[in-house]
Design a protein around this ligand. Structure first.
Ligand SMILES: Nc1ncnc2c1ncn2[C@@H]1O[C@H](COP(=O)(O)OP(=O)(O)O)[C@@H](O)[C@H]1O
Ligand SMILES: O=C(O)C1=C[C@@H](OP(=O)(O)O)[C@@H](O)[C@H](O)C1
Ligand SMILES: [Mg+2]
Length: 165
């Protein structure tokens, strides 16, 4: 089984994917980290060179062509479910889990903003506004996940218990 963790920047996809893979004793794949290792560029550098649309093309191709092992946990980038038919593809190829979190909670998790080009230049107040607007736009995609969990204070054991299989 492939488990795809989706949700807004800072909701804990990368962190929880590692913990869940450990519990399930299977490999973890972080698609952002795969992009960095394949291209030799950071996500910020990739955005600067190819723009957001170049990044969206590449992340979609990476999603669909990565040689996944049969069982694995996949951390996606926050925007990935909201472009092309990526959400549909993940639902057809595995179990999708939306790690849902409130805007104010997301702000408190997003300290390392320089790594995330969409929010790199925002202060806390601007970030809160950005998240509210963007989350509204993205929620219709995120909520197509097979499982929706409250991601604040979520431990890996609870996350595992929510899986449908
Ligand atoms: N349970 C937690 N409690 C506090 N901070 C957390 C928790 N889980 C993750 N974080 C922190 O929140 C930030 C975002 O987590 P990350 O896993 O990178 O999210 P995502 O991949 O969804 O953007 C990181 O700085 C991480 O260390
Ligand atoms: O929400 C987004 O559009 C993005 C989220 C990032 O991943 P995280 O959600 O792991 O921060 C990364 O893919 C890129 O900076 C764009
Ligand atoms: Mg991440």
């Amino acid at each position: 089984m492939k488990v795809f963790l989706i949700g807004f920047m800072g909701c804990g996809k990368s962190t929880k994917a590692k913990q869940l893979a450990h519990r399930l004793d299977c490999p973890v794949i972080d698609l952002d980290a795969e992009i960095v290792s394949k291209t030799g560029k950071t996500i910020a550098e990739y955005f600067a060179e190819f723009g957001e649309s170049g990044f969206r093309n590449y992340e979609s191709e990476m999603l669909k062509t990565h040689p996944y092992p049969e069982n694995c946990v996949v951390a996606t980038g926050g925007g990935l479910p909201c472009f092309f038919d990526n959400m549909e593809w993940m639902n057809a190829n595995g179990e999708t889990v939306y790690l849902q979190m409130e805007p104010a909670q997301l702000v408190s998790r997003l300290h390392n903003r320089h790594k995330r080009p969409l929010i790199a230049d925002l202060d806390d107040e601007q970030l809160l506004e950005f998240i509210k607007t963007k989350l509204q736009e993205r929620d219709p995609f995120y909520t197509q996940a097979k499982v929706v969990v409250n991601a604040f204070d979520l431990d890996a054991e609870t996350l595992e218990s929510q899986l449908v299989h």
